[in-house]
Design a protein around this ligand. Structure first.
Ligand code: 13P
Length: 343
């Protein structure tokens, strides 16, 4: 393992003003997104859509540091035959790959999930590296349900899998994005999200140490501390920012180069406002940026709606969101900039 090189890639992933585009929806998830805009999900439509994003040259060269791809996409070529990976590289961004193989029911823990995909991961990572991937992602899902869930069993099993994945990535000279996502489904309040996320992050870093993962060569992708979507008590932008920063300062060692949040079902503008408010707090030991899927793609999906004549509009919508989030990484976003969008 060359840790200097891993650290260089990790730092580039969280370079000031830049963040990550999570375009790694599985075939099932992208079908759901396409259903919402009445587009049939085929290999070709998925390619056309992602090609549109990756050819958004302003967004990709100025605001996006890297793109997380799904297995299908990393092997695909653009309409003109250029590999999609090359288009990303030519824009100056880094290709990455989702390597987990989804979730399964966790035995003895009703309703809880374990992320799978460790078998043969070492061989798969070699192929992805040869294709150009320099970072990877593995997502663990933790659900807050009753007072008894998540169980420590689910937290432990998922943290262990994340750490095994991260160690395998670093040996393959690939920077692991470690993503333990506490879902925002449910009616719990913000303080319950704080407590659960704290347990999850503490266990995750404990397991990372046990597996001897070098913290300078990884990126953390956590949820923000937010109330459940159905909570009667919603929180202000400032409260989310303060509680998230406080939690991260308690749980994430300063050796980690950067933290790139998931959007997790927040609206586009909420996800931007929260990131901005955290960066305004300032004086942080790591860089705070975005690794958004939905919060970067909902607008371009709608603008594009599967029509070739809408490609420019889709690219404008994507560029706008990328630019807003870029400002948020510097704590320089303002709500009224949203109104001036995409003229
Ligand atoms: P969202 O920003 O839509 O949560 O997606 C990010 C991601 O990569 C989830 O695994």
């Amino acid at each position: 393992m060359n840790l200097t090189e891993l650290n260089k890639v990790a730092m580039a992933m969280v370079a000031p003003g830049k963040g990550i585009l999570a375009a790694d929806e599985s075939s099932g998830t992208i079908k759901k997104r396409f259903d919402a805009i009445n587009v049939e999900s085929t290999e070709e439509s998925r390619r056309d859509y992602r090609e549109m994003l990756f050819r958004s040259s302003e967004a990709m060269s100025q605001h996006i540091s890297g793109v997380i791809l799904y297995d299908e996409t990393i092997w695909q070529t653009a309409k003109d035959g250029t590999p999609l990976v090359k288009i990303i590289e030519q824009a100056g961004a880094i290709p990455g790959i989702k390597v987990d193989e989804g979730t399964q029911a966790l035995p003895n823990c009703p309703g809880e999930l374990i992320t799978v995909g460790l078998d043969k991961l070492a061989e798969r990572l070699k192929k992805y590296y040869d294709r150009g991937a320099r970072f990877a992602k593995w997502r663990a899902v933790i659900n807050i349900d009753t007072d008894n869930t998540p169980t420590m069993t689910a937290i432990h099993a998922n943290a262990h899998a994340l750490a095994r994945y991260a160690a395998l990535c670093q040996v393959a000279q690939i920077v692991p994005i470690v993503e333990p996502e506490v879902l925002m489904d449910g009616d719990h309040d913000i303080d319950r999200c704080y407590d659960v996320t704290q347990r999850v992050l503490n266990k995750t870093f404990q397991e990372l140490r046990i597996q001897r993962v070098a913290l300078e060569g990884m990126i953390l992708k956590p949820n923000m501390v937010v109330p459940g979507k159905k909570s009667a008590k919603q929180a202000s932008v400032q409260e989310v920012a303060e509680k998230t920063v406080r939690l991260l300062k308690n749980c994430v060692p300063a050796a980690v180069p950067g933290i790139a949040f998931l959007s997790g079902g927040q609206s586009d503008e909420e996800a931007t406002a929260h990131l901005d408010a955290m960066n305004r707090i300032g004086d942080l030991p790591w860089r705070l940026t975005f690794s958004y899927g939905r919060a970067l793609q909902a607008a371009p999906q709608k603008a594009w709606s599967g029509k070739a004549e809408n490609v420019a509009a889709g690219q404008r919508a994507f560029t706008h969101r990328a630019q807003m989030n870029s400002l948020a990484t510097r704590g320089e976003w303002k709500a009224d900039l949203e109104k001036k969008k995409a003229a």
